[in-house]
Design a binder for this molecule. Structure first.
Ligand SMILES: Nc1nc2c(c(=O)[nH]1)N[C@H]1C(S)=C(S)[C@@H](COP(=O)(O)O)O[C@H]1N2
Ligand SMILES: [Mo]
Length: 160
């Protein structure tokens, strides 16, 4: 009897451990509207259905080296969520928060980069996702204004 109970507890612990590991690894970005009508999770399953865009860019607050970044276009993420193309409040795991105007992601190929130089990057490497502007092809996108919208450790998007 005790053996059965023990093995059940063991199986439960094993499943719980696997589930929390998977959840921690995914950290899906939440996309919602400020009126609460849309609540969408950008899971890895959803991500795999979105087209990937790649380009070279420098990342703010790094060594300013040129990196190869890839991920879905922000406008495709918003489309996938079913939310209207409004201004975005971007939130990060470190508490950082900034507005990304709709005109930016409509007119510029801003991406939600999940890979830097071909690799996923962890929370301590400022992952799992970083908003990146194509600032190598368009140097006018360098500088403080666009740097401030280049949010790392992305956790949430609220569409206004
Ligand atoms: N998650 C997160 N992203 C962020 C920031 C931040 O504090 N946290 N700072 C922003 C600002 S204001 C700028 S100018 C650039 C570079 O930040 P830094 O030079 O202050 O490090 O990253 C942007 N992205
Ligand atoms: Mo900044």
């Amino acid at each position: 009897m005790l053996k059965v109970l023990e093995s059940r507890i063991l199986v439960f612990l094993l499943i719980a451990t696997c589930m929390s590991a998977a959840a921690a690894e995914q950290r899906p970005i939440k996309v919602s509207t400020s009126d609460g009508s849309i609540n969408f999770l950008l899971t890895s399953d959803v991500l795999s259905t979105l087209e990937n865009t790649s380009f070279n860019a420098t990342l703010p607050a790094t060594d300013e080296a040129v990196r190869h970044v890839s991920g879905p276009l922000i406008r495709d993420v918003i489309k996938a969520s079913g939310a209207p193309m409004g201004d975005l409040i971007l939130k990060a795991f470190d508490g950082y928060e900034v507005v990304l105007p709709a005109s930016d992601y409509k007119n510029i190929d801003v991406i939600l980069a999940y890979k830097i130089d071909g690799k996923r990057f962890s929370l301590r490497e400022r992952g799992p996702a970083w908003v990146v502007y194509p600032n190598e092809a368009y140097p006018e996108l360098k500088g403080e204004l666009y740097a401030s919208r280049s949010v790392w450790q992305m956790s949430e998007i609220i569409v206004e």
